[in-house]
Design a binder for this molecule. Sequence first.
Ligand code: AGP
Length: 611
Amino acid sequence: MCGIVAYVGQRQAYPVIVKGLKRLEYRGYDSSGIALLHNGLHVYRKKGKVADLEEYLVGKDLGGSIGIGHTRWATHGEPSDRNAHPHTSASGKLSMVHNGIIENYTQLKQELLRKGYTFHSDTDTEVLLKFIEDIQINNECALEEAVRIALRRVVGTYVILLIDQEHPDTLIAARKGSPLVIGIGKGEHFLASDATPIVEYTKEVVYVNDYEVAIIKPDELILKNLGNERQTPFITKLDLEMAAIEKGGYDHFMLKEINEQPSTIQDCLRGRMDAAAGTITMGGVQNHLTQFLQAPRIIMVACGTSWHAGLVAEYLFEELCRIPVEVEYASEFRYRNPIIHPGDVIVAISQSGETADTLVAIEKAKEQGAIIFGVVNAVGSSIARLSHAGAYTHAGPEIGVASTKAFTAQLAVLTMMALKVGVEKGTISTKRYEHLLTELASIPEKVKLILDKAEAIRKIAEKYQDARDFLYLGRGYNFPVALEGALKLKEISYIHAEGYPAAEMKHGPIALVDDQLPVVFVATKDSYHDKIVSNIQEIKARKGKVLAIVSEGDEIIPSMADDVFVVPEADEIVAPMLSVIPLQLLSYYIGVAKGLDVDKPRNLAKSVTVE
Ligand code: AGP
């Protein structure tokens, strides 16, 4: 996600802001910029790291005691100088940075284009800034009032910070849905996305609430709501150290990212799925709908956790769209000289968008005429750029090496894709389509309910932390989840774990079962439930320890298992986004119990950009 920093006070603003942007580098970004007021407005922006911006700024006018800074994690528009923040208004007098997503920016942009405005970037931020200034000019009102009027029209999430050449001692800020912290100094104020850039200057902070607008001068902080009513700033004392703040108060990035999933799945659905209206809007799919509808087959190409998401997608597309699906390890696919039929659609799934095996695999498929559709988290990454179309997962930067929130975001995107193609193809009824939209919309809240019970998983983890081997078993949509759970455990705790289709046990692996072997059953309520009950009986008959992930209301499996974790009931098609959560937590807590580096496990890299 983006990072923002601002300063107004007695010091030189530039050093405070640049240092603050570096404190926010952990959030991940692809460009940065800064705007300063010093005998006029100076705006500097650069693709790349903050260090690249600093190099670019050598010799520039960096004076002034008021400024705004930004590190950008691209959502609308490729990483580039022109899409970097801060943006400048049409008059050249205002500059703004923004963190969030303006969902109705296209509509606002059309209104402004009709008024003759031009745009120099692809961002929603530039649209919002010009919308604000247009209101200020037409209403002949103060900037703060124009901000309030504009934000009443905005749909989406934002933190915005504005500076105005006409008022060089005043910063205006507003927030809804994205974080904003204001540090209270003596004759100075510090603003940032979190307290990391602030804590070295002051521990007195105000957390701005949704729908509040802040008017900030060196020695004055005024808070108002969008109705222009004064709000009392609530000053709290920071008790977190810097390192803890970067992790949002969690002990590890992995735990932070596991807990971000209710909001990251929501962000993934936002602006695309409207369950009430019964619509799914995905430009990339829409623009290639014919290719999907006429595809002789779909080939999922990925590695690791993303490959597991591809396996879930095989069940989704075959059931909902009746299109044959193959799921390929990219590393095998690229060397096998695969047969590509004209019209084949390749779905490349990748969090980083830089995985070498996946990149080369789709390069070769593209040369043979396949349509490449990228399901990627990193905007503007190599795989995204190589794809003919795609859908970003909007999970934000994933710092922990083990992929968690990116996986559930991939599932959310792939489920929306299969639903959209299925309903267009007529392979699912409108009734079932609408039911599944409602089911999908309920996932963020259900994930939160699971996370609220994390302590129960921690207790189970402590019980099994010394096991030598694990088996993970599932059927249908839960088979890929079993594989993912096994991978998570291997990655984080270094314990050997294998995932299998539950019915496969009788073809050999059941010889492994004894009273030392924990067997994790991913057994949420679905069409395979009776079968998996038999599989559990086979394990219990051989004294295996059974840990079962079950749906609320299941009274059969809990009576058989040694340990049970209950997740909310959901249609089997969306259940993987729920059943994977306890498995993520299980691997995390076992890794922590064993005193391992769960954010940076041995031998692993976050993005495997080599063969
Ligand atoms: C998953 O926890 C691992 N970090 C790894 O398997 C990862 O999923 C794989 O390397 C693919 O990475 P990508 O999604 O960035 O392409």
